[in-house]
Design a protein around this ligand. Structure first.
Ligand SMILES: [Zn+2]
Length: 399
């Protein structure tokens, strides 16, 4: 078994399931087991490392490789968590290799990418290639739900000159994706016996009127000025809940809204826009009954405009070509990543990794081991090449 298969098997065998807002407990829920394994890995390399507590039982873990011949620092970011295993048709935590693929939860998203980064990091530590950049390796928590790990990391954008975020990109360079903001709107009413509905105020009927306005708003967004790569912003109502029982006029109803923002948009503006639309189009009784709950996800878009220079992109492309023979293209993707919070604070950021997003979160998740092997070479070569670039002026910029 080669180093890639061995390390990736180890990572997949350690459950690190993100409950995604559900009530779940027990071993394998949250990232603690993975963090412990990573601590042991960095300890065995003899490098400086640190746990950064983020929430109860959840810590980012960071490790450092210091170059003695370059001022340029690369941040490697790979998240520790995976989505849950509901509906999987393979054993999620018993990694199996078949036909050059490794199967298991997280193999594609993103333990394959994490294994590649760890192996490139270990090789840098052992070989200390002259002229290479320095590396901060950050393994974050909660990428799959609310990004609290990368948001913490984004509080110190001065730690690096370029962030490389591991996600399955088929070894292409992603420099752009949408952000998202998710929140609930609650409509209130007055409960009473359903045999005398005229005495109550039905919150579900009220929500029906609200949904009409939200659907119109979504339609309007679909026709608004698009991002040249990512298309227009969007709004979708994904869940609805309300009422106590069929014989009670409901006094509450809630919907969950997913608003995707494009580069140049502020999520707070997007949310305010929905609110002002409802204020204008609803009767005042309806509007007064509404509560706009605080967002539980507020992830900025990834956009490298003005900061990801052509020098950096050229260095990355040539590194990938030299290391793997793959002619990487620069693309935008529909999904969100840890790169959003990092780029929002002015840190030049790209997303790059092995595997195809089509296999992420699936019932038989897998990654091609050859892709992971190529990613090790690419990450290593990137750090070697980027070492010759000047460090940026590290003034954090909030957008
Ligand atoms: Zn991921």
């Amino acid at each position: 078994m080669d180093a890639v298969t061995r390390l990736l098997s180890d990572l997949v065998a350690i459950p690190s399931v993100n409950p995604m807002g559900r009530v779940m407990s027990g071993p394998g829920v949250l990232e603690a087991g993975m963090t412990e394994y990573l601590a042991g890995y960095f300890q065995s390399l003899g490098v400086e490392y640190a746990r950064v507590p983020i929430a109860p039982g959840r810590s980012n873990i960071m490790a450092w490789y210091h170059s003695n011949s370059s001022d340029f620092t690369v941040l490697f970011d790979a998240h520790q968590d995976t989505v849950p295993v509901d509906g999987m048709i393979i054993e999620p935590f018993e990694p199996k290799v078949e036909g050059g693929k490794l199967f298991g939860r997280g193999s594609c998203d993103i333990k394959g990418g994490m294994a590649a980064m760890l192996l490139a990091f270990a090789r840098l530590v052992k070989q200390r290639p002259s002229g290479s950049a320095s590396v901060v390796m950050a393994c974050t928590v909660d990428e799959e739900f609310t990004h609290i790990g990368s948001s913490k990391l984004a509080e110190t954008p001065e730690i690096a000159d370029l962030a490389i975020v591991a996600e399955p990109t088929k070894l292409d360079i992603v420099d752009r994706h949408k952000g998202s903001i998710r929140w609930k709107i609650r409509a209130n009413g007055t409960a009473c016996h359903s045999s005398t509905p005229q005495l109550g105020d039905n919150a579900i009927y009220r929500m029906g009127r609200i949904l009409g306005v939200l659907a119109e708003h979504a339609c309007h967004l679909a026709g608004s000025t698009p991002d040249p790569v990512l298309g227009p912003p969007s709004l979708s109502v994904g869940r609805i809940e309300g009422g106590q029982s069929v014989n009670v006029v409901p006094d509450w109803c809630e919907v969950e809204i997913d608003r995707r923002v494009i580069p140049g948009e502020q999520s707070s503006d997007a949310r305010n826009w929905v609110e002002s639309d409802l204020r204008q189009k609803l009767g005042s009784n309806d509007f007064k009954s509404l509560e706009f709950l605080s967002p539980w996800v507020d992830m900025p878009p990834l956009s490298g405009e003005g900061r990801l220079t052509s020098t950096i992109i050229d260095a990355l492309k040539s590194s990938i070509d030299v290391a793997t023979g793959h002619q990487a293209t620069v693309i935008g993707v529909p999904y969100g990543t840890d790169g959003g919070p990092l780029s929002a604070v002015g840190l030049p950021t790209i997303v790059f990794g092995p595997g195809d997003i089509a296999q992420a979160h699936t019932k038989d998740e897998w990654v091609e081991l050859d892709q992971v092997r190529l990613a090790v070479e690419a990450y290593y070569q990137m750090v070697c090449t980027l070492g010759s670039l000047p460090a940026r002026t590290k003034t954090p910029r909030r957008t």
